[in-house]
Design a binder for this molecule. Structure first.
Ligand code: AMP
Length: 217
């Protein structure tokens, strides 16, 4: 199964992806996570992406497409779920072309729909563990000890791009450049719209309902 998960920053794509891969045995391919790993490793790609990421703007299509096509080619037969990619119509077109070369196609697009105010609250309150990647929220998903990861005791951090100015910019970039991707897919793919203002478990139930209709679990 090949899935694209669309949605504004803070729609809950990462959380839902983790649950999707656990249930359906797919590979989670998050463009944002891959870029952050490249940055942490001090790799050339990470250096090129740094200034765009810190400002909440998009990394140029060519860099992203090359990076994602490369990881998609290495993905297992069972399939993958794309998280954060494609983010422009040009990226979506190039993804289609690349998959067509190996006679593959995206099976379903899940579109997580969320209100701006919900996004702002979720992202500015988000904290994560730099060691294990566990994600918390200062109000809705508190760790047992404030500021400390429950799993390994590491001090939690806030992503540099989760401050209010950058979040507002990321939302603007989403409206201008990524929303048209939904319309692009609606022309020739199955797109499932999902209300992502609800809590994570409710959203997961809706996501599984969509995906179960495609595959026998
Ligand atoms: P995310 O973790 O998905 O919110 O991505 C963090 C940042 O990485 C974004 O604000 C962009 O700067 C960059 N990024 C991630 N995916 C893409 C993409 N598909 N196209 C362009 N830039 C991206």
């Amino acid at each position: 199964m090949r899935i694209v998960l669309l949605g504004a920053p803070g729609a809950g794509k990462g959380t839902q992806c983790k649950r999707i891969v656990a249930r359906y045995g797919l590979l989670h391919l998050s463009s944002g996570d891959i870029l952050r790993q490249e940055r942490a490793a001090g790799a050339e790609l990470g250096k090129k992406a740094q200034s765009y990421m810190d400002a909440g703007t998009l990394v140029p299509d060519q860099i992203i497409v090359e990076m994602m096509v490369c990881v998609i080619k290495k993905s297992p037969e069972t399939g993958f779920v794309l998280d954060g990619f494609p983010r422009t119509v040009n990226q979506a077109r190039q993804l289609d072309q690349s998959l067509a070369c190996s006679r593959q196609k995206i099976d379903i697009i899940l579109n997580l729909k969320v209100d701006n105010q919900v996004v702002i609250e979720r992202l500015t309150g988000r904290r994560s563990c730099p060691k294990c990647g566990a994600v918390y929220h200062i109000k809705n998903l508190k760790p047992k000890v404030e500021g400390i990861c429950d799993k390994d005791g590491t001090t939690l951090v806030q992503r540099a791009d989760d401050n209010i100015e950058v979040v507002e910019n990321r939302l603007k970039v989403y409206r201008q450049q990524t929303k048209p991707v939904v319309d692009y897919y609606k022309n020739s793919y199955v797109v499932c719209d999902i209300d992502a203002n609800r809590n994570a478990d409710d959203v997961t139930a809706l996501v599984f309902e969509c995906l179960d209709s495609l595959v026998e679990v």
